[in-house]
Design a protein around this ligand. Structure first.
Ligand code: KIV
Length: 270
């Protein structure tokens, strides 16, 4: 495990890390086993992302995943985590309609999963929802730039905020999220210079994905950085393993051993 000054990550320690210039490492997880491994390895934040909709359930977008499904994933993760801060995405349709529904959704996540914070997508359009959740004592992380729950508005997963107007709106939204009390912001797939500008302007931690390295930390989808998928290859993704190949090889070997009668051998039986 990586040496760290912190035995438990909280929203306060994340703020300290930004203040001290210590980068924050964040990954997604959706289940007990992998969450336990990445927690033990020293990850700072575990995001139970609505990317579970793609990665775990095989949906094309993040839109179909439900609150109950997010709570199931989050409670599995929380059961194995001892150090990391566990943040859970509020899924599409559970916070946009009105702030009371947003609060009810956030309360269900906190109460039924034991997670430590929620994340939701958007800026000024979800201000009321965020404020109401924060008033109930629930820490909130923002998410700006490419916000996958709005994919049908954007039309594609290309880089956001390249134009001046959208970049100015993003900066305004980041300042608003800080102003109302969010403890951090994810910036997804925006120009590196813009992300650097936001991270320098605001005092809360800014975590990037496809947003360059002049921000306060990085997040990736665990299954992507482990190389589980052969097809998903955005420029920002660094693969640290080729698990797709390794798992295939292991399963091939197992199948050959079973079919040949080699498995189990004498030592592997009672
Ligand atoms: O759902 C998710 O995995 C996310 C990350 C990509 C930031 O929101």
């Amino acid at each position: 495990m990586i040496k760290s000054n912190y035995t438990r990550i909280t929203t306060k320690t994340l703020q300290e890390m930004k203040f001290n210039g210590e980068k924050i490492a964040m990954l997604t997880a959706y289940d007990f086993t992998l969450a336990g491994i990445i927690d033990q390895a020293g990850i700072d934040i575990i995001l139970v992302g609505d990317s579970a909709s793609n990665v775990m359930a095989g949906h094309e977008t993040t839109l179909p995943i439900t609150l109950d499904q997010m709570i199931y994933h989050a409670s599995s993760v929380v059961r194995s985590v001892q150090r990391a801060l566990v943040v859970v995405d509020l899924p599409f349709g559970t916070y946009q309609a009105d702030s009371k529904e947003a609060l009810r959704s956030a309360i269900r996540i906190m109460k039924e999963s034991g997670a430590h914070a929620v994340k939701l997508e958007g800026g000024k359009e979800v201000k009321d929802s965020i404020e109401r959740i924060l008033k109930a004592g629930i820490p909130v992380m923002g998410h700006l730039g490419l916000t996958p729950q709005s994919i049908y508005k954007f039309g594609s997963y290309t880089v956001r905020a390249k134009e001046e107007e959208e970049a100015a709106q993003l900066i305004e939204d980041a300042e608003l999220l800080q102003g109302i009390g969010c403890f951090g912001i994810v910036l997804e797939k925006i120009p590196a210079d813009l992300a650097a500008n936001v991270a320098a302007k605001i005092k809360i931690p800014v975590i990037g994905i496809g947003a360059g390295n002049k921000v306060d930390g990085q997040v990736l989808v665990l299954h992507d950085m482990l190389g589980m998928s052969k097809t998903f290859s955005p420029r920002f993704l660094r693969r640290y393993l080729d698990l797709n190949k390794n798992i295939s090889k292991a399963v091939e070997s197992y199948t050959i051993d079973v079919k040949s009668g080699d498995f189990p051998n004498n030592k592997e039986q009672y």
